[in-house]
Design a protein around this ligand. Sequence first.
Ligand SMILES: CC(C)(COP(=O)(O)OP(=O)(O)OC[C@H]1O[C@@H](n2cnc3c(N)ncnc32)[C@H](O)[C@@H]1OP(=O)(O)O)[C@@H](O)C(=O)NCCC(=O)NCCS
Length: 224
Amino acid sequence: MLAIAGLKAKDIMGFCLIHRIGVAAAVNASQDGTDMIEERSPLPTLQGQRIHLRPHREDDLSAFFALYSDPKVMRYWSFPAWTDIAQARDRFSTALLPPGANGIHAWAVAGADDALIGGLTLFSIDSSQRRAEIGYALQSAHWGRGHAQEAMRLALDYAFGVLRLRRIEADIDPRNQGSCRLVERMGFVREGLLRQRWLVAGEITDTAFYGLLQEDWDRHAQRA
Ligand SMILES: CC(C)(COP(=O)(O)OP(=O)(O)OC[C@H]1O[C@@H](n2cnc3c(N)ncnc32)[C@H](O)[C@@H]1OP(=O)(O)O)[C@@H](O)C(=O)NCCC(=O)NCCS
């Protein structure tokens, strides 16, 4: 269930290559005088060692549906696993839009062959408050290989370094050990328990609410 200043784009090149450097040209000033990326910038591809984050493509639909129809992947998600590809179409069309059109950054996580193996999304981006939420899922066949950590590092570098966000939040079912462990590995702090926050397929569940500040991420990056 789920649910970006300081650095310039060049500062994060050690972690990721931003292929569409056009984004750097779109940096402008936010209300507190710091630079922020313009929301109409195209979604960039972020290149990691083994995986990369790229914009969704029309031919991703069946892999997109397969991901969110796997009951294992959807066990702790905010809606039940899809059973019909028609259920995927609305969200897929949203995922295809550039960030400025819908206020979200929806990346496909892809392996060396460029096929979609997961998704990572920054959403509820509040430019004036400089905060956002993050959500992610990988096909279960790819779990436990560090791919999620790699995807998170790329997205968090982008969120803090390029989008110049200040705080990122994650809303996680406390029973979702893999997800809790993942965000803790990234330096997120568990800030509280929100009781009975979700009702999904008749099951009422709590939220473990996590937050990561830009300064937490800077400290985390220094240790890594
Ligand atoms: C959460 C998810 C993305 C993690 O993916 P992953 O590729 O297995 O994660 P990684 O291999 O990068 O591992 C991240 C850390 O979590 C740990 N971990 C992964 N799965 C775990 C599990 N089921 N139980 C306990 N720890 C787990 C790993 O050991 C690693 O910690 P370590 O470096 O200290 O060993 C994946 O399990 C998933 O897609 N789940 C379904 C969708 C979902 O629940 N998304 C989150 C919604 S809030």
